[in-house]
Design a protein around this ligand. Structure first.
Ligand code: IPE
Ligand code: IPE
Ligand code: MG
Length: 247
């Protein structure tokens, strides 16, 4: 029986976040350039987006490029930007057919202009879709996002829009790039690294973490279903006792 058939349908996470890691190591296995791995990673994205849509996931957030990734060799950064534009051009029609919406989190303005234009083109085209929301984290880091949120909250306090006494968790949520989305129930990281690398630190306070040694270009929807199957058999206690949560 496949993992998909084993899933409990009323316990599908609403929001899954993925740190897509291991493209460089995947390419090295074949003696190839790192960009070869990034290119193949697009096939994994396609499969996972399809899989998430099939089982009714509402939000899928993919960490595609971090603030720290700007520090990679300029050729690799350029190749990643070109690949992003190419993938969006090639995949938007299919995303349209699958009723997928698209959103971006991160410092979008730091991306090259032609990348921003392509992203906006696709987001606009898909804006009325009602199925899965595909959230691309681009030039994203959690400390950047939290810093920006604090800056804005401080400005709104100064101008009287926000009373400091009313700052609470919900208000902070509303200043995040992820405003309006549920927090991820499940965070997956491929490639065997067991760290969160500045991703969604505020939003993953109570998220279940799933680490797999598979390298991103080898990851497919069946691996996603396996991760969800694992998640469904965990007990989420939110600080309470086991007895409290089962009763
Ligand atoms: C993930 O794969 C893709 C990005 C971070 C853009 P890597 O490029 O980090 O691959 P490894 O971790 O070096 O194998
Ligand atoms: C995390 O992968 C960022 C993305 C997947 C976009 P990295 O490969 O950049 O992470 P570290 O540096 O190994 O933690
Ligand atoms: Mg990596």
């Amino acid at each position: 029986m496949s993992f998909k058939e084993k899933l409990i349908l009323d316990k599908i996470p609403r929001h899954i976040a993925i740190i897509m890691d291991g493209n460089g190591r995947w390419a090295a296995q074949f003696g190839n350039e790192r960009t070869f791995g990034h290119e193949h990673g697009v096939e994994s994205v396609r499969s996972v987006v399809e899989g998430a849509g099939e089982i009714g996931v509402k939000y899928l957030t993919l960490y595609a490029f971090s603030t720290e990734n700007w520090g990679r060799p300029v050729e690799e950064v350029n190749a990643l930007m070109s690949l992003l534009v190419q993938a969006i051009s090639n995949e938007t029609d299919e995303l349209m057919k699958s009723n997928v919406r698209m959103q971006v989190i991160g410092d979008v303005k730091s991306l090259p202009e032609h990348v921003q234009e392509k992203l906006n083109w696709s987001i606009n085209k898909l804006q009325n879709n009602t199925g899965l929301t595909l959230v691309l984290a681009l030039s994203y880091s959690s400390k950047w996002e939290i810093t920006e949120a604090i800056r804005q909250i401080a400005a709104d306090c100064k101008s009287g829009i926000v009373d400091p006494a009313n700052i609470n968790s919900e208000l902070i949520d509303s200043y995040m790039n992820t405003s309006g989305m549920p927090d991820p129930e499940l965070l997956i990281r491929t490639s065997g690294e067991c760290r969160v690398s500045n991703f969604l630190l505020w939003q993953i306070a109570y998220t279940e973490l799933y680490f797999t040694p598979k390298l991103w270009p080898d990851f497919r929807k069946e691996d996603l279903f396996e991760a969800i199957f694992d998640y469904q058999h965990r007990e989420r206690r939110f600080g309470k006792t086991s007895q409290q949560v089962v009763s």
